[in-house]
Design a binder for this molecule. Structure first.
Ligand SMILES: [Mg+2]
Length: 382
């Protein structure tokens, strides 16, 4: 059960997969990628390989500690995403070896199905009402949209009115039984986040996400005073230590760790336990591929305070390939009345179509986040 090979595959639309193999013939898969920095992520995994080859694949916590603490410098999106993907693959191997799903190794199942949500409207939200109606038609009970496109530090009243009108159009299309989450995407600054939160409140969004950049999270305490909408953040926070301050602050209602960035399945389970102690819900971030989604679902099925799961099926980034394309059996992610059923398979519960992965790795990708500019030519947050 010693690790004897680690392979990386950069595949469309914007993903990086890792396959970790052991000397007794098992293989596990992970997704160690920072969106827009796939080559940097690849280099990080390759550098960590020296610590892994020849090691016992079952010692997941110990290997995590080596990878995390062993470099002296630690944390951040690149190193933590590399560790996350490797860690997912190690759990996949562990579950396969024991013949059980990962959630069975982390306390056992706490639910039978998990509510999921899909994206509408794209980066610069448009056609949201039609897309929301289509998602509901397809069986979703919740959707998420961007609040705005780029926004000036202090922007016009008409931009605020337009954001309210878009959410109102979605409410008109789908009613109030459907959850509609609104992502500020860290592109709104405090002065506008306050008024947006207040003006959107009557339309009862499921939550507002990253109302400010994570480096400005002290502003969440101010936003909390201007609106009763649940506040979510955390896709750009890493490890237990990254979530400590925001939980202690008490202004966040939902944390959104990304299992491909925050440190993997077990690290995110620990973060979720910290959140539970602060009465905070968990909605794992997942705009990535099938392995990241499978890892997220394993967490959801053993985590009492997980309440909804993001999926990237049909997300605007998935040009040229989508979540189901790399699976031998896509039915594991089948949507049934807004929920995905608990997977029964061992490990991560998916079977990767390796031939397809190898074929698409030859195609590769060079996906980058867009660089936006304001009307005056200055750089805007995307
Ligand atoms: Mg987001």
């Amino acid at each position: 059960m010693k690790i004897n090979n680690i392979e990386l595959f950069k595949v469309p639309p914007r993903w990086l997969f890792v396959k970790v193999s052991t000397d007794d013939g098992l293989a596990g898969w992970g997704e160690p990628v920072v969106e827009g920095r796939a080559e940097t992520s690849r280099a990080a995994v390759e550098e960590l390989t020296a610590y892994l080859l020849g090691a016992d694949a079952s010692r997941i916590e110990d290997l995590w500690q080596v990878l995390y603490r062993g470099g002296f410098y630690r944390g951040g999106p690149v190193l933590m995403s590399a560790i996350s993907g490797i860690e997912q693959a190690l759990w996949d191997i562990r579950g396969q070896r024991l013949g059980v799903p990962v959630y069975d190794l982390l306390g056992g199942a706490v639910r039978d199905q998990m509510k999921v949500y899909g994206w509408i409207g794209g980066d610069a939200p448009a056609h949201v009402a039609e897309e929301a109606a289509a998602r509901v038609q397809a069986g979703y009970l919740a959707v998420k949209m961007n609040a705005t496109a780029q926004m000036e530090w202090i922007d016009s009243a008409s931009q605020v009115q337009a954001a309210v009108a878009r959410l109102a159009a979605v409410r008109d299309a789908v009613g109030y039984d459907v959850g509609v989450a609104v992502d500020f995407h860290g592109r709104v600054h405090k002065g506008m986040a306050k008024i947006l939160a207040k003006e959107l409140e009557p339309l009862k969004p499921l939550f507002i996400e990253e109302p400010v950049l994570p480096e400005n999270n002290e502003a969440l305490s101010i936003l909390q005073r201007h609106s009763s909408i649940p506040i979510a953040t955390g896709e750009r926070l890493y490890t237990r230590w990254g979530f400590k301050a925001v939980l202690e602050q008490g202004a966040v209602d939902i944390i959104q760790p990304d299992l491909s960035h925050a440190g993997g399945i077990w690290e995110t389970r620990k973060i979720a336990a910290m959140a539970e102690a602060y009465d905070v819900a968990v909605a794992p971030h997942c705009p990535l591929g099938p392995i990241a989604l499978a890892a997220s679902l394993q967490l959801d099925f053993c985590t009492p305070n997980a309440f909804i799961q993001e999926t990237s099926l049909g997300i605007h980034y998935n040009q040229g390939a989508d979540v189901l394309d790399y699976l031998l059996d896509p039915s594991v992610f089948a949507l049934e009345r807004g929920y995905i059923r608990r997977p029964a398979g061992a490990g991560l519960g998916i079977r990767i179509n390796e031939a397809k992965v190898r074929e698409q790795a030859a195609v590769g990708h060079n996906w980058k986040s867009p660089v936006w500019r304001h009307a005056d030519g200055s750089v805007a947050e995307w």
